[in-house]
Design a protein around this ligand. Sequence first.
Ligand SMILES: [Zn+2]
Length: 248
Amino acid sequence: MEFKYIDAHCHIEDKSFNKNRDEIVKNAKDNGVEIVTSGASLGGCKRALNFKKEYGIYLTLGFHPGRTKAQDNVVDKVYNLIRENEKELLAVGEVGLDINVQNLDRQKIVFEKFVGLAEELNKPVIIHGRGLEKECFDVLNNRVVSMFHCYSGSINLAKELIENGHYVSLSTLVCFSKDHQNLVENLDLENIVVETDSPYLSPIKGEKNEPKNVIKVVEKIWEIKKEEYSLAEITKIIYDNTKKLYRI
Ligand SMILES: [Zn+2]
């Protein structure tokens, strides 16, 4: 099977896939979609590491800002797990800041710790920046290359990120959200990647999201940009962007 797509961010290790994980990984492969799964908690990172080996998929490991109420020893365990398995992962993340979590000072400390680790390991960082994209960019201070997962910030900041060599990931939200479609209209394809964030952000009501739906994101981008590009061109540009980001 020739791969044409990469789901740049999803959660294969999510427990909601326990009943059909084999099937959704197969669905992706059969449709030419490679998977980058992203551990986001201590348990999630351990499971993601196992599934990376079991399925031969790609891996990133991090600690979601929504988890930062946890004690330091939990954060340290994730930190050490990343160090010990450095060779297994493409990037550190998802890590970052979330406006809906009420402990911003604590989030910043944890985020800084993982950015420092990525810098030391010379790996890109996958950012969760909901509502605080600019603050995340400030913390990064261009020390490492980053990818803003499920980007929902402003058009101007997206342009600034890309000018600075960072990547902007468009999720399945593009399939139905006018704001996200507006982003597509106003950005070139440079440093754009696509993701599903499965099992979240399903483009189909009542269904769990899965990595093969990343094809729908590419098709939606093409629908918006079809005067400039063919579908094959868009597919290839996005695939190549993702390989460059993850150095694969
Ligand atoms: Zn995620």
